[in-house]
Design a protein around this ligand. Structure first.
Ligand SMILES: [Zn+2]
Length: 412
């Protein structure tokens, strides 16, 4: 079983070890060492990356550690490497170096999670049922049906206060029985001789195998993000430390850009967006009213000049600059009274067709539209009296209108 150096010191970035085995069994080449500071993916934390180096000042070779996993049966740490592994022979001495920036990020997220989970538990009795560390942000799932904005704010405040107090964070080892009497927050189900405990002084004691800060001040800060309902409770997204700074910076830039669009202060963006949306809605309403009036007038004109066969009218008209909404409105107005058939087309943003007739006339507009769109290789349909469909372009829409007009029965 690999001796895990990070169990005692999360800030150990360089170490020496001996190669125990090199195997290609899992697809990638896995190197097992007698001891390692590399932390594998487990318990919500993601793996370290870094380098393994062999040789001396005269001749040395190194391979990249791109992933680190845990062999659950043997307890070995598997360093998955890329590059020439020939120099890594069992028995040879290696120097390991982990990527410090990545490790610090993991430490900040993971310790931040312990503090945040403890805050939710202390304040509201919400137990953390799972923890996930992602590339961008982290999440915990809390065993509760709902969280209010007030509760989020209170947990955020408590967690950040614990960070500001810079409380010592110590690593302790205890048997499961000892852990129970110590009041450990969550004791893992797996039977182990010794549990590793992370002790945030006078605030939280939890069993964990991950890498952690020496004192809460190193977490920097916790920034709570969105919440979402999930199967096992409520998921809370958060970022800690330098990630929180990066995230806040990005939020600020986004807000600043939005504020400059509205020529306002970032704190006024919300009101400005609401105001703009209200204005857009009002303008749309006014536009709709005007279009109704235009359609009404146009319907009267078109009916006056339409072909009249025994009291029935046939209107065939193409509108290059109108859109589907308008020709539908117009079709309704043309066919609502009297006996009329309207075959309308538009260019607009998307060439479209509308076929309509006054209820009770002898044509089947749905069937006619189906034939038309089949010829045009587009989509459309409707019922006996009203149908709509698409056209590839204005020219083919106009042509389709003439074709449809030739089969219309108006004198029925
Ligand atoms: Zn943990």
């Amino acid at each position: 079983m690999t001796e895990r150096l990070y169990y005692k010191d999360s800030f150990l970035h360089e170490f020496e070890a001996r190669v125990v085995a090199v195997s290609a069994a899992t697809g990638a080449v896995a190197v097992i060492l007698d001891r390692s500071a590399f932390c594998p993916t487990s318990g919500g934390q993601v793996f370290d990356t870094g380098w393994l180096e062999v040789g001396d000042a005269q001749s040395s070779a190194r391979v990249r550690v791109k992933d680190v996993a845990e062999d659950e049966q043997t307890g070995d740490v598997l360093h998955l490497v890329e590059g020439d592994v020939k120099p890594l022979q069992p028995g040879s001495l290696v120097r390991g170096t982990i990527d410090g920036e990545r490790r610090l990020d993991h430490i900040q997220q993971h310790s931040g999670q312990h503090v945040l989970s403890a805050a939710f538990e202390k304040l509201y009795g919400f137990a953390t049922v799972s923890f996930h560390m992602g590339e961008e942000s982290c999440t915990i799932d809390l065993a509760t049906d709902a969280i209010s904005a007030k509760q989020l704010e209170a947990a955020d405040k408590m967690a950040n206060k614990i960070i500001a107090e810079d409380r010592p964070v110590e690593i302790r080892f205890a048997t499961p029985d000892e852990a129970r009497t110590l009041g450990v927050r969550k004791i893992p189900l797996a039977e182990r001789e010794k549990l590793r405990l992370i002790d945030v002084r006078d605030f939280d004691l939890n069993a964990c195998g991950g890498t952690h800060v020496r004192s809460t001040g190193q977490i920097g800060s916790i920034l709570l993000r969105k919440t979402e309902k999930v199967k096992q409770g409520v998921r809370v997204e958060f970022v800690c430390g330098l990630r929180a700074v990066r995230t806040a910076r990005r939020d600020f830039e986004t807000l600043t850009e939005a504020a400059s669009v509205f020529s306002t202060h970032i704190w006024e963006v919300q009101q400005q967006v609401r105001k703009s949306l209200d204005e857009i809605k009002a303008a749309q309403k006014a536009q709709h009213r005007l279009l109704e009036e235009v359609a009404e007038l146009q319907a009267q004109q078109l009916l006056q000049s339409a072909e009249d066969r025994g009291g029935n009218k046939l209107v065939v008209q193409f509108f290059p600059d109108r859109d589907l909404g308008f020709i539908k409105m117009l079709a309704q107005k043309l066919t609502k009274s009297g006996n009329a058939v309207a075959l309308l087309g538009c260019g607009g943003s998307q060439a479209s067709l509308v076929f309509a007739q006054t209820q009770g006339l002898a044509n089947d507009m749905g069937a006619l539209m189906k034939q038309t769109v089949q010829r045009l290789s587009t989509r459309g349909g409707g019922n006996r009296d009203m149908a709509q469909g698409g056209a590839p372009d204005s020219a083919s829409a106009e042509q389709a209108l003439q074709q449809a007009a030739s089969v219309i029965v108006v004198s029925g």
